[in-house]
Design a protein around this ligand. Structure first.
Ligand SMILES: Nc1ncnc2c1ncn2[C@@H]1O[C@H](COP(=O)(O)OP(=O)(O)OP(=O)(O)O)[C@@H](O)[C@H]1O
Ligand SMILES: O=P(O)(O)OC[C@H]1O[C@H](OP(=O)(O)OP(=O)(O)O)[C@H](O)[C@@H]1O
Length: 222
């Protein structure tokens, strides 16, 4: 039987993903160890292969069929807009995509933002869709991280970013003025592989889904 390849996201969702797969006897624990730099692993049974990829790249590997299964945040799926089958909400990794501004700014709702103001984000597609829907023209500035700095330095009036505990906003004097959507980790699959269900794919997906009801629901702590 050909191995089923699973794309695991580096970062905030990795630990919980590895722990859940371990409950099924699929052990990719080596991805959690700092003593190695392994990016590809076979589990002991040889029936599963794990790929360790950047969170943003999980739907890319799944869309191109290099992995039949992946775990990734809903936020990344919204941003990447790739053709993957969304199989289940795994219920962990809660965060929300929000619009935030400086606490001492005059803006208390999105409609207060001046037309053509600057908005910084790592999620420019999500931001574009949101402001287009509101018919509020803004200039988007694409950043790779520490997005909260943009209003503090005066580069942007607002940001669109993930909020989980709210601590990063709080400690940098920013406040949320709108929530665009809530996000949790999702189980995704390559559409054709999902339809064909070869190599025990459907039982595997069902088992991963059923863990979501009993899992620890861990998220990054503040
Ligand atoms: N503060 C957080 N608390 C809980 N989950 C989060 C938090 N931030 C992000 N997430 C979730 O975890 C996923 C991965 O986030 P993480 O910060 O590890 O990667 P990233 O910085 O977005 O990606 P990369 O490092 O590859 O650019 C996000 O897409 C989101 O679904
Ligand atoms: O509400 P909180 O629990 O404080 O979490 C929110 C922060 O976490 C994410 O950043 P990340 O740690 O991925 O760093 P980044 O700035 O490099 O994106 C996000 O972009 C926020 O900055």
């Amino acid at each position: 039987m050909t191995a089923v390849t699973i794309a695991l996201p580096k970062g905030a969702l990795l630990k919980e993903t590895v722990l859940r797969l371990q409950q099924l006897g699929i052990d990719f624990g080596a991805f959690l160890e700092s003593s190695n730099r392994l990016l590809r692993l076979s589990d002991r049974s040889g029936r599963y292969e794990g790929l360790l990829v950047r969170a943003q790249d999980v739907p890319v590997y799944v869309a191109y069929g290099q992995a039949q299964v992946g775990v990734v945040g809903f936020d990344v799926l919204q941003e990447k807009q790739l053709p993957v089958a969304q199989v289940a909400d795994l219920g962990f990794g809660y965060c929300r995509m929000s619009v935030a501004v400086k606490g001492d700014s005059p803006y208390r709702q999105v409609q207060d933002l001046p037309a053509h103001c600057r908005v910084a984000s790592k999620f420019v597609t999500c931001a574009r869709l949101y402001f287009d829907e509101l018919q509020l023209p803004v200039e988007l500035i694409s950043l790779y991280g520490s997005v909260e700095l943009a209003p503090l330095t005066g580069m942007a009036e607002a940001i669109v970013d993930l909020v989980s505990s709210g601590r990063t906003l709080r400690e940098n004097g920013l406040v949320e003025i709108a929530t665009i959507y809530d996000s949790t980790a999702r189980l995704i699959a390559h559409p054709l592989s999902y339809r064909l269900g070869r190599n025990g794919l459907h039982p595997l997906l069902q088992q991963i889904q059923s863990l979501s009801a009993t899992g620890s629901g861990a998220s990054r702590t503040s």
